[in-house]
Unconditional design. Structure first.
Length: 115
């Protein structure tokens, strides 16, 4: 069985998907606002009520998508941090710039380097 790629195969893909979802929600909110104006002009109170409920639900959905984007962004940053540490551990390179044992190797110690 072949695994098909989906937007959720990676954190970055999920972030992109939630971004597109957020854009779609904004488009829908604009459309609902226009329809609400028409319903007001046509004096259609039940339709206006339904559109107001839709607007409320879209606002709630937008809040949840925004929260999900923040969580995904946090996970992406943590993933990068962990992968960076793992790369440093496998390559045996120090994470901190400069060498504590050799002050001349530290950034900003120009006077010690010239001696």
């Amino acid at each position: 069985m072949v695994h098909e790629r989906t937007p959720f195969d990676s954190i970055e893909g999920s972030l992109e998907y939630t971004g597109l979802l957020r854009e779609a929600i904004e488009t829908a909110k604009k459309s609902v606002a226009q329809e609400s104006g028409r319903a007001r002009d046509e004096a259609a109170p039940r339709r206006l009520e339904a559109l107001q409920l839709i607007a409320y639900k879209l606002d709630r959905l937008a809040c949840h998508v925004d929260a999900s984007r923040r969580l995904l962004n946090d996970l992406r940053m943590l993933k990068r941090l962990l992968l960076g540490e793992r790369r440093d551990a496998t390559s045996k390179q120090p994470v901190i710039q400069g060498d504590r044992r050799n002050p001349a190797a530290r950034p900003g110690n120009r006077e010690l380097r010239s001696s």
